[in-house]
Ligand binder design. Structure first.
Ligand SMILES: *Cc1c(COP(=O)(O)O)cnc(C)c1O
Length: 405
């Protein structure tokens, strides 16, 4: 017997609150239209229409749920937000135009003049510029701490501390923050812990389960995974996300439907990719470690990494990014990079293509030499984002670099 219209609709809108990660990654969040499309639909429309003036008034007045204008209601963006929220175990996600606007929205919607942030000193460079150059104008101050020292986090607390911010593992030196312990310290003074989960994604680390209050993402990196779009997301409780949503709706740093669709498709292969990136990076880290031209390898998957056990406890694997110091100076590092043939010389990471960077003169080039030295970003340091090319080809390319050191 043919299914009734009602049963068919139930199946079309089927969702999976109890399902496992891999299932959620390919099936959650989608809101099929009555066309019955199998893949996610994309809604590249700026506005939406109503059947009557009464309906328009009800939507605008908030008495009726539904789409109004794509700066704050778009079905493609909403589908992506629901899927990533399911993967992070968050009540809600709010998509933004970039990773930086995700962090900006946290600062401007949850803090006010006179508030104080305690921030890991090993965070994405633009985050430091954002806090010191721009949030500071709103009277919000920041203290930077050694992310590995719980005492440093405790000692930086002021009576006006409202937010803790960290990234783990850090870029480029793979320092690990004890998320659970830092969450406890933050909550002891009623501050919120924000974790930038860009490097591991929910496939490998779920900060909310470790006590964090808010997750921010640069979707630009592994969520897309193929280097196509810029985007960001903030995730957390309904209550906190209502404030973020209000800011994005008004401030306008929203995600485009096309980008949301790309990220939505990226999530479907996220776990496969993260597992493959992690396996490849671990192999390469071990291989580099055994080479006489290499001085130090920084990767939390190595047993020699001083925080390997902590990484193992809070992560499912160790991700695709590693860094290493070659014997020699900046010139040796540059010769290494210039001698590779396949890997892309670019500051980006989290791509299926392997990328190679000299942090001291690119991503960390705007820091003072003293700050760089304190952060451990030396002139002979090279960062790799290990892609999904054949491992033999990656090793062959690295071999060319090693020969030039
Ligand atoms: C790239 C990056 C950001 C910024 O994201 P954009 O999408 O480039 O704005 C923030 N945090 C981390 C860890 C990043 O790697």
């Amino acid at each position: 017997m043919a299914k009734s219209g009602f049963e068919r609709e139930e199946r079309i809108q089927f969702d999976l609150p109890e399902a496992e990660f891999s299932t959620l990654a390919v099936r959650s969040g989608q809101n099929r239209t009555m066309e019955g499309e199998h893949s996610d639909a994309i809604f590249p429309t700026s506005s939406f229409v109503y059947s009557s003036a009464r309906e328009a008034a009800a939507r605008f007045g908030g008495e009726e749920e539904g789409n109004i204008y794509s700066r704050f209601t778009n079905p493609t963006v909403a589908a992506f937000e629901r899927r990533l929220a399911a993967l992070e175990g968050a009540e809600r996600g709010v998509a933004t135009s970039s990773g930086m606007s995700a962090i900006l929205s946290v600062g401007l919607s949850l803090l006010q003049q006179g508030d104080h942030i305690v921030c890991s000193r090993s965070v994405f460079g633009s985050v430091i510029s954002l806090f010191d150059k721009y949030l500071s104008r709103a009277g919000i101050t920041t203290t930077y701490v050694d992310p590995k020292s719980l005492d440093a986090w405790r000692e930086a607390i002021q009576p006006n501390t409202k937010l803790f911010f960290l990234e783990s593992p850090s870029n480029p030196l793979a320092e690990i923050c004890d998320i659970q312990a830092i969450a406890d310290i933050a909550h002891g003074v009623d501050a919120l812990l924000v974790v930038d989960n860009c490097f591991l994604t929910p496939a490998l680390q779920q900060p909310l389960k470790l006590g964090a209050d808010i997750i921010v993402h640069s979707a630009t990196k592994y969520l897309d995974g193929q280097g196509r779009c810029i985007g960001g997301v903030v995730l957390g409780s309904h209550q906190l996300m209502e404030a973020i949503y209000g800011f994005i709706r008004t401030g306008g740093a929203c995600m485009s439907p096309f980008n949301a669709w790309v990220f939505q498709k990226g999530l479907e292969t996220l776990k496969l990719r993260m597992d493959a990136h992690s396996r490849a990076a671990l192999e390469i880290a071990r291989w580099l470690q055994a080479r006489p031209e290499v001085e130090n390898v920084f990767y939390s998957g190595l047993e020699e990494h001083p925080q390997h056990l902590l990484a193992k406890k809070q992560q499912k694997a160790f991700g695709g990014v590693l860094s290493f110091e070659v014997k020699g100076d900046k010139e040796a590092a540059w010769r290494f990079i210039d001698s590779t043939r396949m890997m892309s010389i670019t500051g980006n990471l989290g791509d299926v293509k392997s990328t190679i960077t000299h942090p001291a003169t690119t991503t960390h080039g705007r820091m003072t030499p003293e700050a760089r030295a304190e952060a451990g970003v030396n002139d002979n340091l090279i960062r790799l984002s290990v892609g999904l090319e054949d491992l033999d080809d990656i090793r062959r390319d690295l071999e060319l670099g090693l020969a030039a050191v």
